[in-house]
Design a protein around this ligand. Sequence first.
Ligand code: FMN
Length: 169
Amino acid sequence: METLEAIFTRRSIRKFKNKEIPEELVIKLLQAAMYAPSARNTQPWHFIVINDRKKLNEIPKLHPYAEMCYEATLAIMICGDLDLEITEGYIALNCAAATQNLLLAAHDLGLGAVWLGVYPRKERMEKLSKFFGIPKNIIPVSLVAIGYPDEVKPKPERFKPDRIHYNHW
Ligand SMILES: Cc1cc2nc3c(=O)[nH]c(=O)nc-3n(C[C@H](O)[C@H](O)[C@H](O)COP(=O)(O)O)c2cc1C
């Protein structure tokens, strides 16, 4: 798939087929995430790959908008490592770039995915950190629920010329 086509046709997918994702595709998703840009190229991320059905079923109890995890066959939590982050304040931005790369790669590979916000919601961060045994210096930033898509979403119109400011506001 061409890059621009992937960008324009990616949608949040929340309905999934009951079909396992092969390991090589999981590695591709992680590779794509790790090729994201990061401030001063710190690459301060870690990824928790969740493919245990029992653990996937616990996520909606820890996150208020994660019901699709009952159907998703995979979830990946993108975490930032404060010990690797030398550019203060950029940790969430770096992890967000990795998250978007992962979403686009999923779409390109014929998978469906949805970004579940974690940082900066304290309650979600605390509950997920406790459940997944995340150390204190690691910040859970986002969670992506993934599976083979069981819904098709049209491309909405989002281009807003009035949001563009040339040379000056
Ligand atoms: C920071 C962030 C947090 C989000 N959190 C959730 C979430 O908790 N649950 C959910 O179902 N979707 C979540 N989404 C997905 C958005 O709802 C979705 O991207 C938006 O409605 C636009 O739709 P699209 O992704 O299909 O273009 C989140 C997206 C972002 C960027």
